[in-house]
Design a protein around this ligand. Structure first.
Ligand code: HSE
Length: 439
């Protein structure tokens, strides 16, 4: 085993993913050096607190509190940023790039907010940024988009890219748990963060959609223009009613190329139980990508966690040492600092089928009044479900043909004003399987 020379690596942040990465880079290094032919090795573990590093048996001689010392070392060719968040992580990454070090990161929030600026800095300093671990944990989706699928014009991409949300939705669907109970069980299982806000509000998925959408379509996606809805306001009633109708609910990050621009969204969606993504459950992630030549391809695996994410981090270190990432970064023209801002459809222009639920007082003519408002907005109903019940207030569920979101929202606004409608109507997208257009 070699642990000296110019392929030294400095790991910054030894938490869940950092710890997993440190473990692979110490326990498996002999195998990795032999397998890749590259004498890379972990030279520094930079952090303020080494409790986790100690717990998992990372050798103490690697611990370093002074980040400056690590980046001043000419034997460090690459810095791994695994502290997460925006402020300190941005400083760390900027300083590493300015010191002429390649960077590998799992930080989707940082890249979604500041990607173009950080990529431009890396280019100026003649180094690269590897970010496979930022989207889909251990799934090599960045590699697929920037290598294996290069022959394609990407037509659409549908992703279950948040393991916490997929776990919660699976528990709600399969065990009939409420959102609150399912979230608690995810936290107990160590799946959800102590503060799961970014996950359950859909923002984590939007960060990943910004990164993957920019790569897939070669246009710079603007995070702030993506309509985002999380799972934190869902009602178990709708998941169970959807199930009766043959649907399963997933939090989906969607990107579709249309003649008027990119239709991007993050929201809970219903899909038929025979949809390819419907079977992806628990903490798993999956991304379906449709290319004009290849048709449908799908990538599935563990989207979070210590060793799955470490797998992607280590692959990026190797690809950088092999000069694959730096050369692709110099040559290919779809990195977010090289592309034009994407033409993104306004949310009201995005078309979809919908599941709608209205809580109404059971009075004569209410169904007619609701359908009449929908029809005025050009929205056509595909199914109507009302279970016979002697209660005063009843749920009325409808599914629709494809309609623009603007028209649906306008109709729901008018419907909500009807005297008999006693709650804000519920609106959930229904996603059909995307058609393949291969020759
Ligand atoms: N918190 C994310 C998830 C993993 O639950 O999928 C990191 O992006």
């Amino acid at each position: 085993m070699i642990n000296e020379g110019k392929f030294g690596v400095a790991l910054v942040g030894c938490g869940i993913v950092g710890g997993g990465t440190a473990r692979v880079l110490t326990e498996d290094i002999e195998y990795l050096q032999e397998r890749t032919g590259i004498p890379f090795y972990l030279k520094y573990v930079v952090d303020k607190n080494f409790d986790n590093a100690r717990n998992i048996g990372i050798p103490e001689e690697l611990y370093e509190e002074d980040f400056n010392k690590a980046i001043a070392d000419p034997d460090v060719f690459l810095v791994i940023e695994l502290i997460g968040g925006l402020t300190v992580a941005k400083k760390i990454m900027t300083r590493a790039l300015e010191a002429g070090k390649h960077v590998v990161t799992a930080n989707k929030a940082l890249l979604a907010h500041y990607g173009p600026e950080l990529f431009a800095l890396a280019r100026k300093e003649n180094v690269s940024i590897g970010f496979e671990a930022s989207c889909g944990g251990g799934i090599p989706i960045v590699k697929a988009l920037t290598d294996g699928l290069l022959a394609n014009r990407i037509e659409a991409m549908f992703g279950i890219v948040n393991g916490t949300c997929n776990h919660i939705l699976t528990e709600m669907t399969e065990k009939g748990q409420s959102y609150k109970d399912a979230l608690q069980s995810a936290q107990k299982a160590g799946l959800a963060e102590a503060d799961p806000t970014l996950d359950v509000t859909g923002m984590d998925s939007a960060h990943k959609l910004t990164i993957l959408g920019s790569l897939a379509f070669g246009e710079r996606v603007d995070l702030d223009s993506i309509p985002v809805q999380g799972i934190d306001t869902l009602d178990l009633y709708d998941i169970e009613t959807g199930k009766d109708l043959g649907y399963i609910m997933k939090l989906l990050a969607v990107a579709r190329q249309t003649s008027k621009g990119l239709a991007l969204s993050v929201s809970p969606c219903f899909m038929h139980t025979d949809h390819p993504l419907a079977r992806v459950s628990g903490a798993f992630n999956a991304i379906s990508v449709y290319g004009h030549a290849v048709g449908h391809t799908m990538y599935m695996g563990r989207g979070a966690g210590s060793s799955p994410t470490a797998s992607a981090v280590v692959a990026d270190i190797i690809a950088t040492a092999l000069d694959i990432t730096p050369r692709a970064f110099q040559t290919l023209n779809f990195w977010p600092d090289k592309t034009e801002p994407a033409r993104q459809l306004a949310p009201e222009d995005i078309a979809s089928r919908y599941y709608l639920r209205f809580m109404v007082q059971d009075r004569p003519g209410i169904v007619a009044r609701i359908s009449s408002i929908l029809s005025e907005e050009g929205i056509s109903i595909t199914a109507l479900r009302q279970k016979e019940d002697r209660k005063e207030n009843i749920p009325l569920v409808m599914t629709t043909h494809e309609a623009k979101e603007g028209a649906v929202l306008k109709a729901l606004d008018a419907i909500a004003k009807l005297d008999e409608v006693i709650e804000t109507p519920v609106m959930i997208r229904i996603v059909e399987e995307h058609p393949e257009n291969v020759i």
